[in-house]
Design a protein around this ligand. Structure first.
Ligand code: NAD
Ligand code: LMR
Length: 327
């Protein structure tokens, strides 16, 4: 017997990430090839004709798993009973901006959307915030939804995680799929700290294989941290297909599990690794039965502590910058 459909809200459905994301969700890449879906698409009123065009294309794909599509400019309609909410809709940065420069423009969107989720979404809704600055927007949404469990709110660090994997694969000449135990701490910003000290390839320690601390601090970390800016410089637009792919990876792993593997998610801190409660921070996690667990026990050396302190300080500054939105 067919499974009951899951309701998936996607905001910013007319945008460039939306265009890369919706077809893959409808194709079963996110929730499984046996999982019917109903898409509930939100955008601002002037963008609704464009959303309708995207929906015409979805119809023309005749996806067997796509049961229905809702188009709306009202968050309470978009989030009604949703099991998964992908909060993508927000302004992207352009050349010369940092992601935190978007706080003023985008922060307010997430108070409204957090409150709407609080009112109408499934109590088990899994929320992924993609719109930048993603960690702080996720924090705003979580704080605006006091009746939903905090653990339901997450921010996207998976693009940084995937970027780190592919840089390590290129450096070592080994396949991406052979790399385990790599993860990223902190904010989705150039301050993030991609940590390969515990990573292994076919059982060998990656740090020992690379054996080059200068490459780590002078090449690897800046390359991963500034990759978003490099793409904006090259494309004239911010990353879209890779961002959509990372969103699919994040939600798929959260819903379907990681089979014991470690991935990176931005989640509200429970105090782990000395990160203050509720700070939306990139951590190593494992997922099982629809829940993530922060993996404990990694030793934090002096270099790592310094990097973690920098990214934490940035998040605390961003949090102070949005305090007025949260009353
Ligand atoms: P885009 O400009 O192509 O699309 C954004 C869409 O959001 C537009 O259709 C716009 O009308 C809509 N929108 C604006 N305000 C809205 C609101 N209040 N409610 C619903 N929809 C609204 O941008 P994009 O390239 O799709 O990027 C979207 C966001 O994702 C940006 O903030 C970008 O910086 C961010 N992003 C994050 C990551 C990450 O790793 N976390 C990666 C890439 C991009
Ligand atoms: C990215 O990392 O590609 C996105 O966050 C877009 C950006 O502004 O860098």
């Amino acid at each position: 017997m067919a499974k009951p459909a899951m309701r998936v809200a996607v905001t910013g459905a007319a945008g460039q990430i939306g265009y890369s994301l919706l077809f893959r969700i409808a194709n079963g890449d996110m929730l499984g090839k046996d999982q019917p879906v109903i898409l509930q698409l939100l955008d601002i009123t002037p963008a609704l004709p464009a959303v309708k065009g995207v929906v015409m294309e979805l119809e023309d794909c005749a996806f067997p798993l796509l049961q229905d599509v809702v188009i709306t400019d009202d968050p309470k309609v978009a989030f009604k009973d949703v099991d998964v909410a992908l909060l993508v809709g927000a302004r992207p940065r352009s050349k010369g901006m940092e992601r935190k420069d978007l706080l003023e423009a985008n922060g307010a969107i997430f108070t409204v959307q957090g409150a709407a989720l609080n009112e109408v979404a499934s109590r088990n809704v899994k929320v992924l915030v993609v719109g930048n600055p993603a960690n702080t927007n996720a924090y705003i949404a979580m704080k605006s939804a006091p009746n939903l469990p905090k653990e339901n709110f997450t921010a996207m660090l998976r693009l940084d995680h995937n970027r780190a994997l592919s840089q390590i694969a290129a450096k070592t000449g080994k396949p991406v799929a052979s790399i385990e135990n790599l993860f990223v701490w902190g904010n989705h910003s150039p301050t993030m700290y991609a940590d390969y000290r515990f990573a292994t390839i076919d059982g060998q320690n990656v740090k020992a294989l690379i054996n080059d601390e200068v490459w780590n601090s002078d090449v690897f970390l800046p390359t991963v941290g500034k990759r978003g800016a490099a793409i904006i410089e090259a494309r004239g637009l911010s990353s879209a297909a890779s961002a959509a792919n990372a969103a699919i990876d994040h939600v798929r792993d959260w819903v379907l599990g990681t089979n014991g593997k470690i991935v990176t998610m931005g989640v509200p801190s429970d105090g782990s690794y000395g990160i203050p409660q509720d700070v939306m921070f990139g951590f190593p996690v494992k997922c099982e039965n629809g829940k993530y667990t922060i993996v404990q026990g990694y030793e934090i050396d002096a270099f790592s502590q310094e990097r973690i302190n920098i990214t934490l300080k940035e998040l605390e500054d961003e949090k102070a910058g949005v305090a007025h939105l949260l009353g």
